[in-house]
Design a protein around this ligand. Structure first.
Ligand SMILES: [Zn+2]
Length: 311
């Protein structure tokens, strides 16, 4: 009898553990390590065309390979000539890998890995902007590698965002799949720092079919999802044009952009690993994964019915 009771006790423990395991969608330590590596002084702010940027490419390539993403045409590297704002980079590089779903219809997850480099001898490490987005991109890749998605998921670490959304433009000019297969762009840019525990999902104003889904994303202990920052009357608080997702929006491809409100470290040398929030950030990244998982379950029709109004 005693043995029987302890068996029941163990069974209950096991069930509780499995409930916990279901909620854990990422490894916080791996997430934080990715940000720490990408925002290290050795990468010198990852400006497009520099040695530090090249080191970041190699790190992301290694992580794509470890996670087991599939390349298109045997390589994660998609090179392009970048010419913008008086800067020319002969070989800028997007890193692209994918996880096949049960359909060819795809969701493109993006995060730019470049930043602004060095100015007046000071390194702009870009831990929040946007090592944090790349960390979340890698965490989502690791999650969906183990949890087969309905949609084909394309993971793109983009170059040249800081020079005018150039990597996203190159991706769409020379896409790995037909553009009309892309249902949605999920862009991540600055996810690791907010004192109120708030992560914004921006874009549902333009693509209202996504609003109910965003509202179903349950809060996590340290981070909750809000919607907004996407209305033209909000002026500079309208984020529609402010990161890579705008290149998708311009081409009538729906987007949701995940990010935090501006903070004192934005585009400052103090945007360093030590200043990100190590409890908010993993939960913020998990909210993005929760949203993509909901998309895979609910499969809203996004492209047939939506008309886009230029903001
Ligand atoms: Zn950024």
């Amino acid at each position: 009898m005693k043995r029987h009771l302890s068996f029941v006790f163990l069974l209950i423990c096991a069930l509780q553990l499995s409930a916990l395991a279901q909620k854990t969608v990422l490894d916080p330590q791996a997430l934080l390590r990715d940000v720490q590596v990408l925002s290290a002084d050795s990468m010198a702010g990852r400006l497009s065309g520099t040695e530090g940027n090249r080191m970041a490419q190699e790190y992301i390539e290694k992580r794509f390979s470890e996670i087991g993403l599939q390349p298109y045409n045997n390589s994660y590297r998609h090179t392009f000539r970048l010419e913008s704002r008086g800067v020319v980079v002969e070989e800028a590089v997007n890193l692209i890998g994918f996880i096949p779903g049960k359909t060819d219809k795809a969701i493109v997850l993006t995060a730019h890995y470049d930043h602004v480099g060095e100015r007046k001898g000071e390194i702009y490490n870009g831990a929040d902007d946007n090592a944090s987005g790349v960390g979340a991109l890698l965490a989502a890749a690791a999650y969906f590698k183990k949890n087969k998605p309905y949609y084909t998921l394309i993971f793109a670490a983009l170059d040249g965002e800081e020079l005018g959304l150039q990597g996203a433009n190159a991706f769409l000019e020379n896409p790995p799949i037909a553009l009309d297969l892309i249902q949605l762009n999920v862009n991540m840019d600055m996810l690791s720092l907010n004192e109120k525990g708030e992560l914004y999902a921006s874009g549902a104003y333009h693509y209202p079919a996504l609003l109910p889904l965003l509202q179903q994303v349950k809060p996590r202990p340290q981070a909750r999802l809000l919607t907004g920052h996407d209305r033209p009357e909000q002026g500079k608080n309208d984020w529609t044009r402010q990161s890579d997702h705008y290149q998708f929006h311009k081409r009538q491809i729906p987007f949701i952009y995940f990010g935090v409100e501006d903070h004192p470290h934005y585009h400052k040398p103090t945007d360093i690993y030590e200043n990100i929030n190590p409890t908010f950030y993993p939960d913020a990244a998990a909210l993005v994964i929760d949203f993509v998982q909901l998309l895979n379950k609910k499969r809203p029709s996004l492209r047939a019915t939506d008309s886009v109004t230029e903001s």
